[in-house]
Design a protein around this ligand. Sequence first.
Ligand code: ADP
Ligand code: MG
Length: 743
Amino acid sequence: MMTETTSSNQRYSSLRSAVHAPLRKIEKMTNIHGKQAAISEYFGNLTFGLAQMREKLPRDAYQSLLKTLDHGKKLQKETAEAIASAIKEWAVMKGATHFCHWFQPMTGLTAEKHDAFISIQHTNHSELRVIERFTGSQLIQGEPDASSFPSGGMRSTFEARGYTAWDPSSPIFIMEDESGKTLCIPTVFFGYHGQALDNKMPLLKSVEALTTEGCEFLRLIGDVDVRRINATLGAEQEYFLIDKQFVALRPDLIMTGRTLLGSASPRGQQLEDHYFGSIPTRVRHFMQDVEHELYKLGIPVKTRHNEVAPSQFELAPIFEDVNISSDHNVLTMEVLKRGALRHGLVCLLHEKPFAGINGSGKHNNWSMSNDKGENLLEPGTTPHQNLRFLAVLSVILKAVFDHADVLRASIATPGNDHRLGANEAPPAIISVFLGTMLGNILDDIETGKVAKATESQIIDLGVNKLPDVSKDYTDRNRTSPFAFTGNKFEFRAVGSSANVAVPMAILNAAVAQAFREATEKLKELLKEKPTRDEAVMEMTKQFVKHSKAVRFEGNGYSDEWKAQAKKRGLPILSSSAEALEVFNDTKATDFLVQQKVFSKEELASRYHINVERYVKTLDIELLTLIELTSSHVIPAVERQLIELHKVNGGFLSKSLATRHKERIQALEDVFGEILSHLDLLSEIVEMIATKSDETEKMNALAATAQPAAAKLRHAADRAEQLVADDFWPLPKYREMLFANTLS
Ligand code: ADP
Ligand code: MG
């Protein structure tokens, strides 16, 4: 099917280049013996984190930094100078010429403004001398021109200032490529009154909330010496790799990151041969290269494999503290994108680049640990650990049940709309999967089988057998948006292109709030019950009962589930347009304000920014679709019609002449459909543009423009099947998705 011809069609030359793409030589790290270095020898060598600080900083400075980290104390000026100087020395030694404050504005990307390390000194003889310089204040705070970053209406013009502040809990790193090396300082980004203008600040606040509320609860149940609770995250990243030559011929991929047209390839993923199959050579080279870069950046990538759809892959890191892991995921996405280009590929992080085959998600493996490093979701070996596990579990269940709507809103983007609820990704209904065994344990608790919470009762529950059982993949449910997988939860509904900081912040805040409620409840119960364990068991029982509706073990893809979820009163927010409204619901979002993760003003601004992004994204998609149809699809159809009419002479036999006429008729019918759908869509887009209210625009786009675009696409995709291969200008699905297997 992928034949090469001598046609002038650009597509064919792209196909040829894609198939013959040379393999890029991978840079090898060698050690002092000239041998290939082990990963551990270069892991993190482009980062400057706590370990390096301990080694390089004067003792006082390091101690004072630790105080800042542990108690949020302001960094002393002298300390900042000492740290800056150590960092500069290290960075210059590594070959960095510039530094930047690296931050995550609400555009969904990262931002950086580079400054050179140099500073000019005037000598006595009025000579200029250039030296490398980096001061404490340059390290700690920056003031990028913030007026072009979204604030959702939080800044009046005279307060258009924005500030970046160093987040010392995330390692500083050096970004390198052929053009040079830049020292990047992870920072939070905020406005004049301290309002968060980024995704990282709410996440840091949510971890504080989790620590405060979680520690109070844990102390009450007997973990008297607990000092910190951290959320942990391992974010599995899915992505597509498509040859750059094809992407260059697809305005839709360039403009929107997804294909707006394209007839399904006869072979998609139905043979199920791609998942975990052998990785194509060129892709393996790419992965090796990217992982090498990630290791140098201290990002612990662990697994790589093919995903379900053709040309779809996944990369999974080992989990870390949520703040670091979230930064690392953002960096990983950047490294994937840039690395792909080096190999003549384009990495698509969009949630649904191709219709008809699986889209991409980002499975957020999430748990909590205390300052001893114990995983709070690890069923333990002692009765106390097991009781703690069950209590914490019930707190999480309550959090997800009470705040399912806000969790759903946290992952609402136009890209994710194409994925959620399709038969491949978690439904748009938030529910929790626990597996039969854990489900049975909770049922036993609910029916009062273990009311006394004696040692033997808790052991009888079989909690400590859970880890063995969860290793068994048969008891896993891929259709659940929030699934327990042995010693952690997997929040699977997050989109592949998302910055995970916000969904993680909202999850942490929800759990923090549930911890607060658990503490209150437990204080009451401690007065009533004869023993503490009985009080804890009773609180667990009440929370399990309260949240029962959110537990679902069945097939999340089925229609029955939708009907049942409705009966249970769970929020069903099928589209972003519906889900985003939750940010306007002050009752639903009150826990975020109570936990000081977002202020009311910040929530309102998030709503506006999300709506605006939705509208802009759809606008771009629709305009691209209209242009593609007019400038690519229609001319190809016309060319084919002319060609067909040429054959119309008398040389065909009578029966063939009839068939030939039918062919013309079929194409003309499709042509007619394309033209009328195109007109309709153009009218709708123009009409929506006249609206002044963004929410109204969003709703109209979702309700009228999307369906009209789908109809247009349907007709155009039929045309693709009727027009000569040679006339079709856009790389086809079968080419884009399967070229990798030939190289
Ligand atoms: P599974 O077999 O359940 O998919 P893996 O061990 O392959 O489990 O882990 C999947 C992801 O979950 C990895 O990114 C891993 O680091 C992460 N993970 C494991 N334990 C935790 C934890 N306690 N907190 C957060 N993420 C975790
Ligand atoms: Mg997974």
